[in-house]
Design a protein around this ligand. Structure first.
Ligand code: PLP
Length: 365
């Protein structure tokens, strides 16, 4: 069976290097925060090209902390795309603010700038754009709307490490960037981790305090804080992996373009990749008329696929109290019903890539 994503291959390729890094953390007992987490913060800020980055315990916390740093809380509204992983919305809800879901475009499957303006009220404080599946959203238009209404723009970069919009790396385009290093993301920890990035050091300094139980000086708590520090072992593992991220990205792009060229079945539709962006192909998502049938077909060919995501945020049970209805975000709803995620990871072999392309082209139910 070809896995949708096989993390074991990378571990085995670089096992000695990872083990040495983990051992160093143990030798120095720098387990929570500490020098290895700090070192990664510096490396990551430099890599993304922002003034500062601060490591946190996961990507969901990164979004929550970004909201708090912008002063968002009860009574506020934040625009969020309906087709994203639910954690984008959790980060808003945890602060007491309300996520307001908007549709995606029909072709890029990214947040639709035209849908945003209709949902802006006097309570709206920010827009969270998600660079979904590794493809940057139309930042320029979103930023223009935000500026016109005096709103912050936060980038959810959990799926888009190293992706570019008009030549600039995501994570430093908006007011704050939020990253996840969950296993399976393009850059990942050996456990849970995340990072918040910004060119405005004021936000990062405040998040440094918030994530550390609300204190700058130990046992003196200036604000109500959280325990959301990054673990030392995750920092050390991420420092090793960051060196390979460019190489992994190129490999994902190679596979992505092979799929785009090779899959010519008219029943299969793909995400559009506008010319002013560079996708990092975190997930290769297609739509088919009957997703369940396609999953069975691929399973028979020993190819594991899955679905991102079968239910759009505005129709999730957890948000039933917000009273959205089917039909409110038609493009996101279509995508949820018809999406399939094909195998995609840097260590795929030529034979495996061809296996996926051939199976897709043979499908004709
Ligand atoms: C993975 C992901 C998150 C959450 O990250 P965690 O580290 O799992 O908390 C948020 N947003 C998007 C779009 C994601 O894909």
């Amino acid at each position: 069976m070809l896995k949708r994503v096989d993390l074991g291959r990378n571990y085995r390729n670089h096992k000695d290097e990872y083990m040495k890094a983990i051992e160093e953390v143990c030798e120095e007992t720098a387990f929570s925060g500490g020098k290895f987490a700090d070192k990664f913060d510096q490396e990551f800020a430099e890599y993304i090209g922002v003034r500062a980055a601060t490591g946190v315990d996961n990507g969901t916390s990164a979004i929550q902390l970004a909201m708090l740093a912008l002063g968002i809380g009860p009574g506020d509204e934040v625009i969020v795309p309906a087709n994203t992983y639910i954690a984008t919305a959790w980060g808003v809800t945890y602060t007491g603010a309300i996520p307001v879901f908007v549709d995606c475009t029909e072709d890029t499957w990214e947040i639709d700038p035209a849908a945003i303006e209709k949902r802006i009220t006097e309570k709206t404080k920010a827009i969270i754009g998600v660079h979904l599946y590794g493809q940057p959203f139309e930042f320029g238009e979103v930023k223009e709307i935000a500026d016109r209404h005096g709103l912050y723009v936060v980038e959810d970069c959990a799926q888009a490490h190293n992706a570019r919009y008009e030549g600039r790396m995501v994570g430093g385009l908006g007011d704050i960037g939020c990253f996840s290093f969950y296993p399976g993301k393009n850059l990942y920890a050996f456990g849970e981790a995340g990072s918040v990035t910004s060119n405005n050091k004021k936000y990062i300094d405040y998040i440094d305090i918030l994530k550390n139980q609300g204190c700058k000086v130990r046992y003196y708590h200036d604000v109500v804080g959280y325990n959301m520090r990054m673990e030392g072992i995750q920092g050390a593992v991420l420092s090793v992996s960051l060196k390979y991220l460019d190489e992994w990205t190129r490999r994902r792009q190679d596979i992505g373009y092979r799929y785009l060229r090779g899959i010519v079945n008219p029943m299969i539709r793909r995400q559009e990749h506008p010319g002013n962006t560079e996708s990092v192909f975190h997930l290769f998502v297609i739509t088919v008329p009957d997703a369940e049938d396609f999953l069975r077909f691929m399973d028979e060919r020993e190819i594991e696929c899955n679905r991102h995501y079968p239910v759009p945020c505005h129709l999730q049970q957890a948000y039933a109290h917000l009273n959205y209805r089917k039909g409110d975000c038609p493009n996101a709803e279509y995508l949820a019903e018809h999406c399939i995620t094909l195998p995609m990871f840097p260590e795929m072999t030529e034979d495996e890539i061809n296996l996926v392309i051939d199976a897709c082209n043979e499908y004709n139910n």
